[in-house]
Write a protein that binds this ligand. Structure first.
Ligand code: NDP
Length: 405
């Protein structure tokens, strides 16, 4: 049985910890002890209280600033976890990986490293740790959320069971939820707005194709949600998928946004509130986007009011036994059901459940290797089975024709 140290106490962490505790309660999974550590101790305590109420499992809590590598090393040495699950922010990825190297402890996260002063969304910094993790005989699993995460597992599963070769891949992320707020983001606002305002990039014929942010719009009818406008965006799994499954000629990522959301964003951008450049304000240096985050609702607070569903999936076109075919695999998740089960909305749920599943597969040695790995480097089958068993069931259908856009 295994002990995990979960770092970060936002919505994603809350879901992952509830799901791990459910397995401690019913004796099904590899988890035996959970230590939850984050910058604000009260947030850890509040998750621990909810876990106790819902599952009757006790978890331990600690205050930790994970930017402080010696502090993280000291906590790992004191508590002796088998795995560190990083559910803080992308800025903490490298300091936490350094602490894992120093203590020879396995590592998992859900989002790739971001320097604070550049919006890059690139794996290069974390892939650079591969040799050091390999030499230390430890494993890092990167991007075990929904996208990245499940979308890469879906792609691998399609490749394994439905195709001899995949030619094109479209990842479609629809959040059909309504939280009743004028403007709020469903996960960390700073990371979310950085992603959306960055130029769109997709992979085609061996190169990146860059277009202005939010300039390519397409209507799509999402099952159980309805027709929505989705926009071409860059997303980090494109980089890892084109690296690990190089046969795919074109990889695109689409995300839905409502008109009101985009109007608010445009105004905020026009007045400079989404900038990540430091400015001087009343003798103090501030980053406008970080100030904006401070005045926006906490994603974790949106659970109670969010209604509707998410629908995230991948559509692959390729060849099987000489015939062209197109297959769509997706999950549909209800915000209300997610809230009822864990006290968090669907976007946290669809990320926290895969974080728990990745952790369980590492701890049970079903996914194992020395070095730094992305999701598509492992057998998708046990992950797909666990999605069905732990609240994110998926469905698969063959489409009549490839996408015509
Ligand atoms: P939140 O902002 O709700 O939570 C982040 C948590 O990390 C907070 O508790 C915060 O503490 C804590 N934290 C921040 N800095 C530090 C630090 N230096 N040391 C310790 N703790 C720290 O984010 P979410 O829960 O929505 O997202 C968590 C992660 O999941 C993010 O990296 C996000 O990018 C990723 N994500 C991935 C998705 C996927 O599908 N792959 C989808 C959605 C999110 P405090 O509140 O005290 O600042």
């Amino acid at each position: 049985m295994s002990k995990v140290l979960v770092i970060g106490a936002g919505g994603v962490s809350s879901v992952a910890v509830h799901k791990m505790a459910q397995q401690i309660a019913d004796g099904s999974g590899p988890f035996s002890d959970i230590l939850l550590a984050s910058r604000t101790l009260e947030k850890c305590e509040s998750i621990a209280l909810s876990v106790k109420k819902r599952t009757d499992v006790d978890i331990s809590v600690e205050q930790l600033d994970a930017d402080d590598v010696p502090a993280t090393v000291a906590l790992i040495e004191k508590s002796g976890p088998d795995l560190v699950v990083n559910l803080a922010l992308p800025y903490q990825d490298l300091p936490i990986m350094d602490a894992c190297l120093a203590t020879k402890t396995d590592y998992l996260d859900t989002a790739n490293y971001e320097p604070r002063d550049e919006a890059k969304f690139e794996y290069k910094w974390q892939w650079d740790y591969h040799e050091r993790f390999k030499e230390a005989g430890i494993m890092a699993l990167l991007g075990s959320g929904f996208d990245p995460g499940v979308t890469s597992v879906f792609t691998c599963w399609l490749k394994k069971h439905h195709f001899d070769r995949i030619d094109t891949l479209d990842i479609l992320d629809c959040n059909g939820g309504d939280h009743g707020q004028h403007f709020a983001t469903n996960f960390n606002p700073e990371i979310n707005i950085r992603e959306i305002t960055a130029p769109a990039r997709h992979w085609e014929d061996g190169q990146w194709v860059e277009t202005p942010a939010l300039s390519h719009k397409q209507a799509f009818d999402f099952e159980e949600v309805g027709e929505k406008n989705m926009y071409l965006m860059y997303h980090e799994e494109i980089e890892s998928l084109k690296t690990h499954i190089p046969e795919i000629r074109r990889i695109r990522f689409w995300m839905t946004f409502g008109d009101a959301y985009l109007t608010h964003l445009e105004v905020l951008q026009n007045v400079g509130m989404t900038s990540i450049e430091e400015i001087e304000y009343q003798g103090k240096k501030i980053v406008p986007l970080q100030f904006l985050k401070a005045v926006l609702p906490e994603p974790a607070s949106l659970g109670e009011t969010t209604k509707g569903k998410t629908n995230i999936g991948v559509i692959a076109t390729g060849v099987k036994n000489g015939e062209q075919k197109t297959v769509y695999v997706k999950n549909i998740c209800s915000h209300e059901a997610a809230f009822q089960e864990t006290g968090n909305q669907g976007v946290s749920y669809t990320t926290g459940v895969p974080a728990m599943i990745g952790s369980a597969l590492m701890l049970s040695n079903k996914w194992r290797g020395d070095g730094v790995f992305n999701m598509e480097q492992f057998d998708p089958d046990p992950f797909m089975d666990m999605l069905n068993a732990h609240g994110l069931p998926w469905k698969v259908e063959q489409l009549d024709a490839p996408l015509d856009f």
